[in-house]
Design a protein around this ligand. Sequence first.
Ligand SMILES: [Zn+2]
Length: 275
Amino acid sequence: MVAGFRSLKEIRVRLQEECHSEWNIIALGEWNKATIGKLLWNLSEKKDKKWFKWMHIYYLKNGVIEEYQPNNNSSWLMKSMCKHKAELMSNDIWVEFQANNMYSTRRMYQHLRGDKPRVDWRRLMYINMARPRAVFTLWLVCQDRLQTKDRLMKHGTYTDGNCLFCDVQENRCHLFFECAITKKIWKEILNRLGLGYIHIDWNEHTAWQQAKGKGNKMRIFKAALAETVYHIWWVRTRICFQQGRKEELQSQHIHDILMDRFRMNRKLTAYCNSL
Ligand SMILES: [Zn+2]
């Protein structure tokens, strides 16, 4: 079970309530509804496409979607459109789309979700070229969901509470950004990538402020952040459970993985080779 949750039901409820804002995940229920809205829009506006023409001939019999009632022979898609048409088509934003003669799935989704604040660290996740497992670990760090020793103690698990790289108390900020050993790795990797060392203070939001803007440096920084966080956590877990050694923490290893990932992008590879 995911840390901090008692049941799958609790995870589902939290996902529905908070995913767009606190967890920076798209709420699939609302997103699906917004995409169904796009089909409804095309049907109601009689867009000149074969599928919509066929739908008009086969189902609507040249009537309108607003008045169509599904029966047992209707497809699941038609039933789904009919289920949501009242909510979507009576929406204020639908009138706005009609005035502009254009439907926007994104705007409909935002309207259905309501006005919820977005998390500051969302930029770290967008188009991050690190491995998915590294991006996921970074996402857990953003949520403070990794089982660092301070969290284990909070949940009543016996532990000495000390960092496995030095002897200071382990928590998210210390382990990933303030520990003397992991800070050395940050310095090495950021210097090798031509970014120069930036002190990352998680509480001061320097990590995501760094990810503002566009360009090669920003893309490299986001991937480096995810892969370094992942490598630190991987070595820490090996020391804890598999008799690993702190010497396994190597900036060379992170650098090799990043170069391999950047190979997918010709411009980025050329930039890295020029360093
Ligand atoms: Zn430490």
